[in-house]
Design a binder for this molecule. Structure first.
Ligand SMILES: Cc1cc2nc3c(=O)[nH]c(=O)nc-3n(C[C@H](O)[C@H](O)[C@H](O)COP(=O)(O)O)c2cc1C
Length: 232
């Protein structure tokens, strides 16, 4: 496990727990508040035509053992439909202010429904309404049409919204259930690279790989990590 002294360079003998290092880096980035969303991570998916695409999501849970992280999204979005067809993905965290990046390769599968339910229930009502209100990745005629759609869905959920807005009219917030098409996705790491910015571009790079084999709808069995140092 990484300690404060070891966080600024990788040890000569690379550790065998890179996911714990990644977890420590993410915690440090969150604590330092060096950027507005230190848990922002870019996720890649690939379409039927072989075209890769990338977008930022927020990492809401990091689980070093057995080695995955979780983001949440609309299961009918471009990313989720592409990942359902081709789970292979790449992901990237970058913290410019502290000179670090973490690259991942792996596979993405849905989180168990009860985990998504628990996370959805913990969200602010406005975020819950956002999940109901947007058919993510689908076209819409205008921003006004989007607001009308969100308002209609909000009212059918029992929210009283002020005229023409998506703001609450009173303090009453009904319990809002998770939409079936929204939930967590687990990014299971198969390869990880920890990168530390160095002076004169002498950066420190450690790369680790392991095998992962799907063992259930949400889980993989994994082998131990094997690491090597890479030139910058
Ligand atoms: C800082 C930031 C955080 C974001 N977080 C999420 C997120 O957690 N989940 C999500 O579905 N989209 C999130 N988005 C929006 C996505 O980048 C993207 O626009 C959206 O998911 C649709 O992508 P898709 O059409 O490729 O599926 C975020 C965007 C930014 C810039």
């Amino acid at each position: 496990m990484a300690t404060d002294e070891t966080l600024n360079r990788l040890p000569d003998n690379l550790p065998d727990d890179p996911m714990h290092w990644a977890d420590a880096w993410l915690k440090e980035a969150m604590a330092s508040a060096a950027q507005r969303n230190p848990n922002a991570v870019t996720i890649v998916s690939v379409g039927d035509d072989g075209q890769p695409s990338a977008r930022v999501v927020l990492c809401k849970q990091f689980v070093p053992d057995p080695g995955y992280f979780v983001f949440h999204t609309n299961y009918e979005s471009r990313k989720a439909t592409e990942l359902a067809a081709r789970p292979q993905s790449a992901a990237l965290f970058h913290w410019d202010a502290i000179g670090r990046q973490i690259r991942f390769e792996g596979q993405v599968v849905r989180s168990p429904a009860e985990e998504s339910d628990a996370y959805f229930a913990s969200r602010y009502w406005g975020s819950q309404l956002g999940a109901w209100g947007s058919d993510q990745s689908k076209p819409i005629a205008s921003k006004d049409a989007l607001v009308i759609q969100i308002r209609e869905r909000g009212e059918s959920l029992g929210l009283s919204l002020a005229d023409g807005t998506t703001r609450l009219q009173d303090d009453h917030v009904p319990t809002i259930a998770r939409p079936a098409n929204w939930g967590g996705m687990r990014f299971w790491a198969q390869a990880i690279e920890l990168w530390i910015e160095g002076e004169d571009r002498i950066h420190d790079r450690g790369q680790w790989k392991r095998e992962i084999v799907r063992s259930s709808e949400h889980t993989y069995t994994t082998t131990p990590w094997r690491g090597k140092r890479l030139q910058p």
